[in-house]
Design a protein around this ligand. Structure first.
Ligand code: PEP
Ligand code: MG
Length: 754
């Protein structure tokens, strides 16, 4: 066994193993050679490799010492026997007398009864067990710590071989190895569309190839240097007042971990066993992952992510590789996979090569999701653990409409999605042909379809969507993408470019931050209920400096043009009065300084807070227009968080109470001769759009991709029919449950495409 004098042993063994892995022989011959090498080097009579299959059974793939006939015949459940125990606990197990262990399960076909001592280690990758590596001896002997570590090091090499997929060729016919198995995952649908391609990790894992150290002392020095550099880097980002892509909270957590004594000690100890600094980071992290992944406490699981990120940073520091994928080296059909990413990072990739985006820790309302939608990249969010289940380059399919993600799809699954993508492309082609057709119902009701936007990249979608106007320009996106408050000049530039590029009206909404829209550089306050807290116009009025600067930028950009501004989250009419007074002061200020004023200036209010529904008269006397923000309005009406999946079925836009509330707005607005539009997500869904038209809405603003489907539905529908049906539904008090199914059946019966 490798005692001190044999320390050259493991190094030599690993070199031999590497050579064996590179030999041009088939997978079985290679594995057979590997077990012989390990057994000989570790002075063991037995060395066996078990590989985890997709059906959660461990299959004996190769052995030296056990009966050869058992190879590919012996299998056990992943929780059966000693091998199963190692697989489920993901921890090594060393026993002097294996047969005395309660988990021991006797397999006569292997002939293992003559071997007493047993040492097994899990083969881990990304915290997942891929297999188990075992050595056994006849005599009852205790394995040393050092031996356990040597076997763990070999297991790292085995992980590479299993993950490569090479062993799939020799698994028992009909079975699939777990490491390469097809997985169907589900997340939150974020941006519509189907994408097929190959996984590109936004933050690629460093693949550690150099495992054994030439010089342990040197490796310890490298580790310390990398740790120091990494800590300095984190401090620097934290101190650089907001230039961080990541939130402060995450970086603070990094800082704590980076100085954690236990973590540092484990790293140093691992290096002291004779492996490289990189291999040490990987091993310590694999252990941590295996331990923490079995935790059910969400807080601890969250820390695992922080720790993962930190380990990854350290690996990148050690190897000098850049932390994120080089956007310019993207393959043609890339599906980007990220734990989470900032919106600016996404914009760096070449849109033409991106077929999809999969996010582990970000959902539909994240900033990157907003950009993904603007760019029209099929995207799924909240896909648990996806970054650990994939290898760079794996085949992957994203369905941003249903939220499905297929990893390493089987040919029939792939064919089905290809067909889906083809159908979608054909439908897009039909929408494309409707581009220049006006949205008029069969009975001649003209509907003004507009687009929601917030970034310059959105504007390139205008011609394809066939719309002229922007019904909602979310100005906060510029603020959310920036690393500090955009100056008047920067805001002015954006607004001016928008006004120049858009042929019709643009309705700018003043800053809607707070709630879930956080500016990393702005001081935040802990709030119990951020959605009910200090947000949007509330911040604007309490801190008028910010609002004034924005209004000034808007007024400057609107010089000599028609300018429309609306205020979000108005609760009381008096807040509109206050906001209007600020606008007037700004107009006066600009005039005093000889700036040309806008040709016309219209001020509006978003109906997002239910309280406004009972102030419509006062409001309509004052405003030039109204726009219903149904995302927030419905969230507050139903007391159901718009982004919380658990209550998503209670956030029902087609329920009687919501429809009655929505009906009151156009009815009142007509009496005052004031235009009203709706700019929430529901307006972009065909069935909801028709229902809104039935309630009296004539202007809908939506995402670019929704325009085609909504227009196709409008062209096929009769507004009078729908109005009558919706009125009957609301009058007959059938509204004890959702009206969705009834409305859908009605639309189907009328032959309206939804
Ligand atoms: C809304 O609340 O419906 C809306 C359009 O605003 P946002 O989605 O930006 O909150
Ligand atoms: Mg809103």
């Amino acid at each position: 066994m490798p005692t001190r004098s044999a320390l050259g042993g493991p190094r030599l063994l690993l070199r031999r193993l590497r050579e064996a892995m590179a030999e041009p022989v088939n997978a079985q011959a290679r594995l057979d050679r590997i077990v012989v090498l390990i057994a000989a080097n570790m002075v063991a009579e037995v060395c066996s490799v078990y590989v985890l299959r997709a059906d959660q059974r461990l299959e004996l793939f190769a052995t030296e010492g056990l009966k050869r006939e058992a190879v590919h015949l012996t299998t056990m459940r992943s929780d059966e026997g000693l091998v199963g125990l190692i697989s489920t606990t993901a921890e090594p197990l060393a026993l002097t007398d294996a047969q005395a262990h309660p988990a021991f399960s006797y397999r006569p076909e292997t002939g293992e009864e003559i071997y007493h001592s047993f040492l097994g280690v899990p083969v881990l990758r990304g915290g997942n067990t891929l297999g188990v590596l075992v050595v056994q001896n006849k005599v009852k002997r205790a394995y040393s710590e050092e031996e356990i570590e040597v076997l763990e090091t070999i297991a790292m090499l085995m992980a590479e071989m299993i993950a490569s997929g090479e062993l799939q060729a020799i698994v028992r016919p009909g079975a699939e190895i777990a490491a390469r198995q097809h997985l169907a995952l589900t997340g939150t649908p974020v941006a519509d569309g189907v994408g097929l391609g190959h996984a590109v990790m936004h933050e690629p894992r460093v693949i550690v190839t150099q495992i054994v150290a030439e010089d342990t002392h040197h490796e310890l020095e490298r580790l310390e240097a990398a740790l120091t550099a990494m800590r300095a880097n984190i401090d620097q980002i934290l101190d650089a007042d907001g230039s961080a892509g990541e939130s402060r909270e995450v970086l603070e957590a990094f800082r704590v971990f980076a100085n954690d004594r236990g973590w540092l000690r484990r790293l140093r100890e691992a290096v002291s066993t004779g492996i490289t600094a990189e291999a040490a980071v990987e091993r310590v992290q694999n252990d941590a992952r295996a331990r923490l992944q079995r935790q059910t406490d969400p807080y601890l699981r969250e820390r695992l992510h922080d720790l993962d990120d930190l380990a990854n940073r350290l690996l990148h520091q050690l190897t000098g590789q850049s932390l994120i994928a080089a956007p310019e080296s993207l393959p043609d059909n890339a599906i980007l996979v990220a734990r989470s990413m900032g919106p600016a990072a996404l914009l760096e990739y070449d849109r033409k090569k991106l077929r999809g985006l999969v996010l582990e820790d970000a959902g539909g309302s994240s900033h990157v999701a907003i950009v993904a939608r603007a760019l029209g990249i099929p995207t799924v969010g909240d896909v648990e653990n996806v970054t650990n289940l994939l290898e760079q380059g794996d085949a992957i399919i994203v369905d941003g409409t249903t939220g499905e993600v297929q990893i390493r799809p089987q040919p029939n699954v792939e064919a089905a999605y290809r067909e889906k993508a083809r159908l979608r492309a054909r439908r897009q082609e039909q929408y494309h042909r409707l581009r220049d057709v006006r949205a008029v119902t069969r009975d001649g009701v003209d509907i003004n379809l507009m687009m929601n936007a917030g970034l310059l990249v959105d504007l390139q979608n205008l011609p394809e969507a066939g719309v002229k106007s922007i019904g909602l320009f979310r100005t906060e996106l510029q603020f959310m993408l920036a690393s500090r408050f955009p100056k008047v000049e920067q805001q002015f530039q954006l607004y001016k470019q928008v006004l120049e590029a858009v042929p019709g009206d643009v309705t700018f909404r003043t800053l809607d931050i707070g709630g879930d829209k956080i500016l990393p550089y702005m001081r935040t306050y802990e709030e119990e209920n951020p959605a009910l807290g200090w947000r949007a116009l509330r911040i604007g009025l309490d801190r008028p400096g910010l609002l004034r600067m924005q209004l000034r930028s808007l007024l400057l950009a609107g010089a000599g043009r028609d300018l429309r501004i609306m205020f979000p989250m108005v609760t009381m009419v008096s807040e509109f009065d206050e906001a209007k007074a600020i606008v007037e002061r700004e107009v006066a200020h600009l005039k005093r300084h000889n700036h040309e004023p806008p040709k016309s200036l219209r001020l509006g209010v978003m109906i997002e807070v239910p309280a406004l529904l009972w102030q419509l008269d006062e409001l309509l006397e004052r405003v030039d227009f109204l726009s219903v923000g149904s995302n927030d309005l419905v969230q507050y009406l139903t007391a159901a968080d718009r982004d919380n999946r658990r209550v998503a079925n209670r956030f029902d836009t087609l329920s009687a109470p919501v429809l009655r509330a929505l009906a009151s707005v156009p009815k009142k607005a007509r009496a005052y001769g004031k235009p009203v539009t709706l700019c929430g997500e529901m307006g972009g869904r065909p069935l909801e759009a028709l229902t809104l038209i039935a309630l009296g809405y004539r202007g809908l603003s939506m995402s670019a991709t929704s325009v085609g489907p909504v227009k196709a539905a409008i062209l096929a529908a009769d507004a009078g029919d729908f109005t009558q049906y919706v009125e009957t539904l609301l009058e007959e008090r059938a509204g004890t449950a959702s009206l969705r199914e009834k409305l859908r059946a009605f639309a189907d019966a009328k032959g309206v495409p939804l």
